[in-house]
Design a protein around this ligand. Structure first.
Ligand SMILES: [Zn+2]
Length: 281
């Protein structure tokens, strides 16, 4: 099966692709995981040549009845240019295929302030940076804001793509659990970054969760202690991953992942002979 869209009660969640990511050597990303440890996962978690290729995207959440506010969760890797691939990400173009323009976005949720999730936040020209989504509130965890605003953690992408929002009146700094609207809330899952948050949708007796970078590769569903070098605190990211994936498995949640290949990025965590296993929807 291959889904890029799913209905959860009153809401529809759509994958909005931006770009295929870099081809990476998994040993460069999961530096503590040996070649032998990859072997049982190689056939389903890596490309045939042994590379791992992440994908960059956002997600559109809107009500199926066409009323209410549009939510964009993460804004992809942005215009680039990139070392690989086309010169510009496709997120805005792909949003248009859903009949939604940048001006129609009412809320932008940032799962965390890494460059591949904030790429389209603002556009810059000689007059400075302007929000790409002029009518949106940008919901960003205060923990991430505080961390990356600290000169000790200086980060060019944050300075270019997040910091300019401070003076636009569009910034909402989120603390803890935050109810955005009926059935849609933000859930702190700190560890990948200090303020990493997931988006929870509870509607019509179903639950879905958009997991941002809680995990990157599908092998982490089984090997939940595997951490990429991008995780800020591996003890916390592992705890958050274990906690959330356990709940997703035991309560039958739909999991909408940030970086798994399009077509298999939406799924469920099922118990297969006592082992948590990814089952695409
Ligand atoms: Zn990411």
């Amino acid at each position: 099966m291959s889904s890029t869209q799913i209905v959860v009660g009153d809401y529809e969640i759509s994958v909005v692709d931006d770009h295929i990511g870099y081809r990476r050597n998994p040993a460069d990303v999961f530096v503590d995981v040996s070649t032998e440890e990859w072997d049982p996962h190689r056939d389903y978690a890596l490309a045939p040549e042994g590379y791992w290729e992440a994908q960059w995207r956002g997600h559109l959440i809107r009500r199926v009845d066409g009323t209410g506010e549009n939510i964009l969760v993460d804004t992809g890797a942005g215009p680039g240019p990139y070392e690989h691939g086309p010169p510009e990400g496709d997120l805005l173009k792909n949003l248009e295929t859903f009949g939604v323009s940048a001006a129609n976005i009412d809320n932008v949720v940032t799962t965390h302030c890494h460059w591949d999730h904030i790429g389209w936040n603002v556009r810059s020209d000689e007059d400075g940076a302007r929000p790409t989504f002029p009518n949106a509130k940008y919901h960003i965890a205060r923990n991430d804001w505080n961390f990356y605003s600290n000169p000790a953690n200086q980060n060019d992408e944050f300075d270019a793509l997040v910091a300019p929002l401070e003076n636009t009146g569009q910034l909402n700094l989120v603390v803890g659990n935050h109810q955005m609207m009926d059935g849609v809330s933000l859930l702190p899952t700190n560890g990948h970054t200090p303020g990493h948050q997931c988006v929870l949708i509870q509607s019509g007796g179903q639950t879905a969760v958009l997991t941002g970078d809680l995990f990157h590769n599908v092998a982490q569903i089984r090997e939940q202690h595997w951490c990429p070098v991008f995780d800020w605190r591996q003890d916390l990211s592992t705890a958050a991953r274990r906690w959330l994936l356990w709940r997703a498995m035991s309560e039958g949640w739909i999991v909408v992942s940030g970086h798994l290949p399009t077509g298999t990025s939406i799924g469920q965590v099922i118990d297969e002979d006592g082992k948590p296993t990814w089952k695409p929807i």
